[in-house]
Design a protein around this ligand. Structure first.
Ligand code: WAQ
Ligand code: MG
Length: 267
């Protein structure tokens, strides 16, 4: 019995906002999602609480931390996306690289432009991602400012992942969490590609992710000080949307990482 409990994992989700009503609306401050063992649960909940209370984007007046049991039979696995980095120095070059990357994953140029514009024109950052048709660029979800929030994911072996990130000189929560999220998204049924840049004012890096081309890191996708960031998921025309959204929001995914992360540079 005890052994069984020790083998059980928990999904832990945190989201923090400011100025909403009962957590609806307002400004999104921060969010995080992990899958942790029962032994690590308490410490993880505390560290998420601390993170919500000390975020650069401001003081949260609403913090939601949700803990759910994950049974072993609920878990599916996907591979970590391979990583390559673009050598760009300005926002213009970065967005040009993002456009070219998206087009190479078979997102249409019109839809790719819609995606870049959809993020850059946001008045405030969203909690989740926008789903856009990869041909027409039309918004497909009806979730407004909330968007689709990808949760219930982590790496299968956190210590190994941490070692390989450090060996590749990839430091900090942003890249660790983005690699996991992008790997889950790329494995989802009906996804063609993802475009992302951070909403943290000091973090200007973003990426284009896809199963076809991997995690294509782009060092500059916005100006420093800009509080607007976001995510667009480009969807195959005619994809089964309820199935896709269920996978993104509910399917428990552990990302399998290798011993080493190779970072290649592209120009
Ligand atoms: N599901 C869907 N959308 C999300 C999620 C999620 N779990 N988390 C964040 N978003 C959306 C939301 O609109 C945020 O405003 C936006 O993405 C940016 O979130 O160095 O830090 O957590 O290689 O600020 C990418 C580059 C960093 C990392 C991305 O995003 C690197 C980042 P942030
Ligand atoms: Mg952020």
């Amino acid at each position: 019995m005890l052994e069984e409990i020790a083998r059980e994992n928990f999904s832990v989700k945190m989201r923090a906002s400011q100025g909403g009503v009962l957590g609806q609306g307002g400004k999104h401050i921060s969010g995080a999602e992990r899958i942790v063992s029962g032994a690590d649960l308490e410490q993880q909940v505390l560290s998420m609480l601390e993170r919500a209370q000390t975020h650069q984007k401001g003081e949260a007046d609403f913090i939601n931390i949700k803990v759910e049991l994950v049974k072993p039979e609920m878990v599916q696995y996907c591979p970590l996306l391979p990583l390559a980095e673009h050598a760009v120095a300005t926002v213009t070059e970065g967005r040009q690289a993002a456009l070219a990357e998206l087009v190479q994953t078979s997102v249409s140029e019109a839809a790719a432009r819609c995606g870049i514009e959809a993020i850059s024109k946001l008045a405030t950052s969203m909690r989740g991602a926008m789903l856009l048709d990869s041909l027409s660029g039309e918004r497909l979800d009806a979730l407004g400012q909330r968007g689709v929030r990808v949760t219930k994911m982590d790496v299968a072996d956190a210590a190994r992942f941490q070692r390989s990130l450090a060996a590749a000189h990839l430091y900090g929560d942003h890249v660790r969490e983005a690699l996991v999220l992008a790997s889950k998204v790329a494995s989802a049924p009906g996804i063609v590609a993802e475009l992302c840049w951070s909403d943290d004012p000091d973090y200007v890096t973003g990426y284009v992710g896809s199963a076809a081309r991997g995690y294509r890191r782009i060092p500059v996708l916005k100006e420093k000080g800009d509080e607007i960031g976001g995510r667009v998921f480009f969807v195959q025309p005619g994809a089964d949307l309820p199935r896709l959204i269920h996978y993104l929001q509910e399917q428990v995914i552990l990302v399998q990482t290798g011993e080493q992360i190779d970072v290649t540079t592209t120009h």
